[in-house]
Design a protein around this ligand. Structure first.
Ligand SMILES: Nc1ncnc2c1ncn2[C@@H]1O[C@H](COP(=O)(O)OP(=O)(O)O)[C@@H](O)[C@H]1O
Ligand SMILES: [Mg+2]
Length: 628
C-alpha cells in the first residue's frame, strides 16, 4: 500500500482519520460511487480482468505441479480422490497426463494471458480512478468556492484544504488500488480454497487448523504496530515543523544566537522518534519471528503430513507442491486483509467528510458561464432601512444596530469611526457576503434579497486594504475585473489607475509575473493594480475599505489620484482612516459601536463642538503636527 505521509506540496500531510465501519458510513461511501457511474463500462471490465487475472495466477502453480509429476511418472496418484462427474466422462484433471512440452506451452500461454489481464486491469482501473477523482475534486472545489463568507470565517482554510487533499488521495487509492486488492483477495481466496480442498480435503483441514491462531496473533500485533508507527510518524512531523519554523525565522534564530537552543530542540525531537521506533521494533521483531515460526512450522507440518499421503498413494509430489503454493497464496491473502481493513476504515472516514462538504448548501452563484446579461442594471441609489446585524459565528453580539442611510447615485460617502465600529461590516453587507439580521438594504429601491447574488456583485467594485493579487501576470490580474478585456482596455484602465507608468518600466511590461500573492510589487503598486481592476469592471457602486491606509504618503498621493478617477460618476463608499482623504465627500457618516452617530459634510460636522467627527479630526491634526 502506498503510504502517503507527504502530500503534493511536500508538506507532511495528516493521515486520514478512520471511521467506524457501519451501515451509515458504508452507505455514505457507496453514494460516492455515483462518480464512477460515467465510467461504469470500463469499471466493470476492470473488475472482470481482476477476476480473470486472479484465476489465471492460480493456474500457474497447478501447471507447475503437473510439470513435476510429468518429470517423475512414478509418483502418479493411483486413484482419484473424488469421483467427479468429469472423471466419469473420461477426463479428470487430477489424473490427466500431459507431456512436459505441452505443459511448458500451457505455462507460457497462461503467462501471456496473465500479462494482458494484469495490464488491462491496471490501465482501466487507473483511468476510472483518475477521471472520477478529477470530477470529485472539481465538484468539491466548486462547492468550496460557493460557500458563503461565514463558512470561511469558521474554518481554518489551510487546514480544510489539506484535509480534503488527503481525503481525496485516500479515496483515489481506494478506487484504483485497495478495491482491486480486495477483489483480487476475495477471488484468490475462493479459487485458492477450492483448489486446496480439491487437491486434498484432509490436508486442507490440517493446514486451515493453524490459520485462526495466526490470524489472531497477526491482528493483535498488527494493531499495536500500526499505533506505534503512527506515533513515530507524528513525531517525525513534529521535528519537521521545527525545521520549517527555524528556517522561516532564520533571521531571528541568528540574531538571538539561538542556534544551539534550536539544535537541542531538534535533537530531542529526533531522539523521541528513535525511541518510538526502537520500541516498535520490539513488537515488529517478535511478530515477524513468530510469523516465520508459525508459517514455516505449518509448511513443515503440512509437508510431513502430505508425504504420508504420498506414501499411501493418495497424493502425488506435484499435487503436494501445488498445495503448498496455493496455501501460501491463501495465507498471504489473509494477511493482506488486515491492512485492507484499516484502509477501508480510513476511506470511510474520508468519504464521510467529502460527502459532508458536498452536501453543504452554497450560495447561489453562477459557475461556468459568466456572461449572462445583467437584468437589473443598478444606477447607484442605496438605502439602508433599520439594518441590524450580528455575525453568524457570534450571534449573541450585535455588531450593527438600526442603521438608516440614504445615498443618491453618484454620491461619495465616507464611513469613518474608530476601529471595530462596524465599517467593514457595512461593506460586507453591501456585497451581500451576509444578509442583514433585521431590516433591508435597497439598490435603486429594489430589496437586496430579490437580487441574484452574481448579478449584484457584478455591479459592485471592491478595493480592500490588503490587495490580494493572483500568481499570474499583471495583465491577468487587471483583467480579473472583466474577463476577456482587450489589451487597449487594460492599458486604459492602468493609465487611469496611475499604474501604467510603473508597469511600463518593467522589462516584461504587462506580462510581468507578480509572484505569489503579488509579493514582487510594493504595497502602493498592488493597490493601483487593484484600482485598475475596479476601473475595468466599471461598477455602479464602489467600495473602498481603507484602500490607502497602509501606504506611505508618496504612493498615497498617487493612489488617491487614481481613486478620485475611479470614483467619478459612481456611488462610492469610502472607508477611511485618514480623515484628510474624505474631506470632500458629499456625506460623511460617523459610525461608532455599530450605530450611525453623525451624518453631514465636513463643514457641517466640524461645527459641532462636541461632535465625534470633530474630535477625531482634532486628534489627527495633533498627531500630524507632532509628526512634523
Ligand atoms: N467574521 C466576523 N465574525 C465575527 N465577528 C466579526 C467578524 N468580523 C468582524 N467582527 C466584529 O464586528 C465588529 C465590527 O468589525 P468591523 O466591521 O471589521 O470594524 P471596522 O469598523 O474596524 O471595519 C468588531 O467588533 C469585530 O470584532
Ligand atoms: Mg475594517
Amino acid at each position: 500500500m502506498a503510504k502517503r505521509s507527504f502530500n503534493s506540496n511536500g508538506n507532511l500531510g495528516q493521515e486520514p482519520e478512520k471511521a467506524k465501519i457501519s451501515k451509515e458510513s458504508i452507505r455514505e461511501a457507496l453514494s460516492l460511487f455515483a462518480y464512477i457511474k460515467p465510467f461504469r463500462g470500463k469499471f466493470i471490465w476492470s473488475m472482470v480482468f481482476i477476476a480473470l487475472s486472479a484465476f489465471s495466477t492460480m493456474i500457474f502453480p497447478f501447471l507447475l505441479g503437473k510439470m513435476i509429476d510429468a518429470a517423475s511418472p512414478g509418483s502418479q496418484m493411483q486413484m482419484p480422490q473424488s469421483g467427479m462427474g468429469v472423471a466419469a466422462m473420461g477426463f479428470d484433471l487430477k489424473t490427466v497426463q500431459w507431456s512436459l512440452n505441452t505443459i511448458l506451452l500451457l505455462l507460457f500461454l497462461q503467462l501471456s494471458v496473465q500479462t494482458i489481464f494484469s495490464f488491462m486491469r491496471i490501465y482501466l482501473l487507473t483511468e476510472v480512478g483518475e477521471k472520477s477523482l478529477a470530477n470529485m475534486r472539481t465538484d468539491l472545489y466548486g462547492k468550496l468556492l460557493s460557500q458563503p463568507m461565514s463558512f470561511y470565517s469558521d474554518q481554518r482554510v489551510g487546514d480544510l484544504s489539506n484535509r480534503i487533499s488527503s481525503d481525496l488521495s485516500q479515496i483515489q487509492d481506494a478506487i484504483s488500488f485497495t478495491l482491486a486488492e480486495f477483489l483480487r483477495g476475495v477471488f484468490t481466496l475462493i479459487f485458492g480454497l477450492s483448489f486446496i480442498f480439491w487437491i486434498s480435503r484432509e490436508l486442507a483441514f490440517v493446514m486451515l487448523s493453524v490459520v485462526p491462531i495466526i490470524a489472531v496473533v497477526a491482528v493483535i500485533f498488527g494493531m499495536r504496530i500500526r499505533k506505534m508507527s503512527r506515533k513515530a510518524q507524528d513525531q517525525l512531523a513534529e521535528s519537521g515543523t521545527i525545521v520549517q519554523e527555524t528556517f522561516l525565522g532564520i533571521s531571528i534564530v541568528k540574531a538571538f544566537t539561538s542556534e544551539s537552543y534550536e539544535m537541542n530542540r531538534y535533537k530531542k525531537s529526533i531522539y523521541g522518534v528513535v525511541a518510538t521506533a526502537i520500541s516498535n521494533a520490539r513488537y515488529r521483531g517478535a511478530f515477524v519471528s513468530l510469523m516465520i515460526f508459525s508459517v514455516f512450522g505449518t509448511i513443515a507440518f503440512v509437508i510431513w503430513y502430505g508425504v504420508g499421503l504420498i506414501r499411501s498413494g493418495e497424493l502425488s509430489t506435484g499435487y503436494l507442491t501445488m498445495f503448498v503454493i496455493f496455501s501460501a497464496f491463501v495465507g498471504g491473502t489473509f494477511a493482506g486483509f488486515a491492512e485492507m481493513f484499516s484502509q477501508l476504515q480510513k476511506t470511510l472516514g474520508a468519504t464521510q467528510r467529502v460527502r459532508e462538504l458536498l452536501r453543504q448548501n452554497g450560495e447561489e452563484i453562477e459557475l461556468g458561464s459568466n456572461t449572462n446579461p445583467i437584468v437589473h442594471k443598478i444606477i447607484g441609489n442605496v438605502t439602508f432601512k433599520e439594518v441590524a446585524f450580528s455575525y453568524p459565528s457570534r450571534k449573541d453580539v450585535q455588531v450593527l444596530h438600526n442603521i438608516n442611510l440614504e445615498v443618491k447615485n453618484g454620491e461619495q460617502v465616507a464611513l469613518v469611526g474608530p476601529s471595530g465600529a462596524g465599517k467593514s461590516t457595512i461593506a460586507s453587507l453591501l456585497l451581500k457576503f451576509y444578509e442583514p439580521s433585521e431590516g433591508h438594504i435597497y439598490y435603486d429601491g429594489m430589496d437586496s434579497q430579490d437580487f441574484a447574488l452574481t448579478e449584484l456583485r457584478k455591479q459592485i467594485g471592491f478595493v480592500p486594504q490588503d490587495v490580494i493579487l493572483f500568481g499570474g501576470s499583471i495583465k491577468e490580474n487587471i483583467s480579473y475585473g472583466k474577463p476577456g478585456a482587450s489589451d487597449e482596455e487594460i492599458m486604459e484602465a492602468a493609465k487611469k489607475a496611475n499604474a501604467h507608468e510603473f508597469v511600463a518600466r518593467f522589462p516584461e511590461g504587462y506580462e510581468t509575473i507578480v509572484g505569489e500573492r503579488g509579493i514582487k510589487l510594493s504595497g502602493g503598486q498592488r493597490q493601483r493594480i487593484a484600482i485598475a481592476r475596479a476601473i475595468l469592471k466599471n461598477p455602479a457602486i464602489l467600495l473602498l475599505d481603507e484602500a490607502t491606509s497602509s501606504l506611505d504618503s508618496e504612493s498615497e498621493q498617487l493612489v488617491q489620484e487614481a481613486l478620485d478617477n475611479l470614483m467619478k460618476g459612481r456611488t462610492s463608499f469610502v472607508i477611511a482612516h485618514r480623515l484628510s482623504t474624505v474631506r470632500n465627500a458629499d456625506k460623511i457618516i460617523v459610525i461608532d459601536k455599530g450605530t450611525v452617530q453623525e451624518i453631514g459634510t465636513h463643514e457641517e460636522l466640524m461645527v459641532k463642538e462636541m461632535g465625534i467627527y470633530r474630535k477625531l479630526v482634532d486628534l489627527q491634526l495633533e498627531w500630524s503636527s507632532l509628526e512634523k
